[in-house]
Design a protein around this ligand. Structure first.
Ligand SMILES: [Zn+2]
Length: 252
């Protein structure tokens, strides 16, 4: 059983019902956290995922609403006696800064710290991030304000494909990354520089010929406006939904 669980669905300004965008891919052998906005120790138990079962952490880019939870995540794992290694994947731009941030916390002086293995990803299209028994994960550069990657997850058992846009303007590498995916999870922060509107997300879903579209990283609370699903449906004929916190997508 492989599930993708949305742990947060908001853009950079969360509200009480929507944490910043991050999610977990829970498989049988691997549990992959995708971005770490908040401290996931509070949300993982609510979705039945053991905190210490996290094997991998993919960081899409070094913006606070995607990585600010990393120091606390690592500290809590250490304080709870973690011994098993944690793999962290990201672009050089991202991981250099994460290491710098942890250096500022003097983590090298934390006794008996568990092994953290950094995997620096090249910025090329369809870079292999992780290849295990259950799934393959690829990254491609997308067009944001700083270096950022979108992800493609291919399940080996049933050939289901999930794509995640990350924060991006519409761009060709994203269309290629998402091509033919069963599910596209696409940001809808609005049409500002480095982001996409719901209409653009719909248009990207159409171009990539995906099966289904979930909008994420959208304005929430007092910043929410308009009918994002209707805007996306204007361009994409398939099913469109808002990804909400704790939404679970079951991929069998
Ligand atoms: Zn961002």
């Amino acid at each position: 059983m492989t599930k993708l669980i949305i742990l947060g669905s908001s853009n950079a300004i969360p509200d009480v019902h929507h944490e910043n965008t991050h999610m977990v891919l829970a498989g049988e052998g691997r549990t992959v956290l995708i971005d770490c906005a908040d401290n996931p120790i509070l949300r993982l138990p609510r979705v039945g995922v053991e905190f210490d079962s996290l094997t991998d952490l993919i960081l899409t880019h070094f913006h606070p609403d995607h990585v600010s939870g990393v120091p606390l995540l690592l500290m809590n794992m250490w304080l709870m006696g973690r011994r098993r290694p944690l793999n962290i994947y990201g672009l050089h731009h991202t991981l250099d800064r994460i290491e710098g941030l942890m250096g500022d916390y003097s983590w090298d002086e934390w006794p008996n710290f568990f092994p953290v293995v950094f995997h620096r990803l090249p910025a090329g299209e369809m870079t292999s991030v992780l290849d295990c028994e259950e799934f393959r994960i690829f990254s491609s550069p997308v067009r944001h304000l700083i270096p950022a990657i979108g992800l493609r997850i291919e399940l080996k058992r049933n050939e289901k494909v999930i794509a995640y846009s990350c924060d991006t303007e519409p761009c060709a590498p994203l269309i290629r990354l998402a091509a033919g995916a069963d599910v596209l999870i696409h940001e809808a922060a609005g049409g500002a520089l480095g982001h996409s509107s719901a209409a653009e997300a719909g248009d990207n879903a159409r171009q990539a010929e995906v099966g289904e579209l979930y909008l994420i990283h959208y304005p929430t609370g007092k910043y929410a406006s308009g009918d994002l699903v209707a805007e996306a449906r204007h361009f994409f004929q398939g099913p469109v939904s808002l990804a909400e916190d704790f939404l679970t997508l079951d991929f069998g």
